[in-house]
Design a binder for this molecule. Structure first.
Ligand SMILES: [Zn+2]
Length: 143
């Protein structure tokens, strides 16, 4: 007399449980025992196949990176001589206002002589229509 197929009620919860166990890597026999509802290993296998449960393939070990070719010993090179690069000298600071020489004096500079020796000029931005900056223009007209 053939063994009666156990009348298992495959509820969604049980099916889900089987799926999870199957995907976790349990064998059909282990799952059958775990469910403890009287199902056989074959019943589990049948369920797995009917529902198309698959074991994830992500258990594969990550591929080892392909070994790089043997490194050829680099030919010995003479040690590079440490070259001390001297940074370029900073640009000279702009001539401060009030100390422009006649050579440095430009069109837009105030020509008010500051009276130092050698002769220096104000050099501030001159006022429109005047040869001097605001300060010296006022001084020139009032003083
Ligand atoms: Zn000036």
């Amino acid at each position: 007399m053939p063994q009666a197929w156990p009348n298992v009620e495959w509820t969604d919860a049980r099916r889900e449980q089987v799926r999870q166990l199957w995907e976790a890597g349990f064998t059909a026999g282990q799952i059958a025992r775990r469910l403890d509802i009287g199902v056989t290993k074959n019943a589990i296998i049948g369920l797995v196949h009917r529902n198309g449960f698959v074991r994830p393939l992500s258990r594969k070990k990550p591929r080892k990176p392909t070994p790089t070719k043997k490194k050829r010993a680099a030919p010995k090179q003479p040690r590079p001589v440490a070259v001390h690069v001297t940074p370029p000298p900073p640009p000279p600071p702009p001539t401060p206002i009030g100390e422009l020489t006649i050579d440095e004096l430009q069109e837009h500079h105030c020509r008010w002589p500051t009276g130092d020796s050698p002769f220096r000029f104000c050099g501030d931005h001159r006022r429109d229509g005047s040869s001097y900056c605001d300060t010296h223009h006022r001084r020139g007209t009032h003083g």
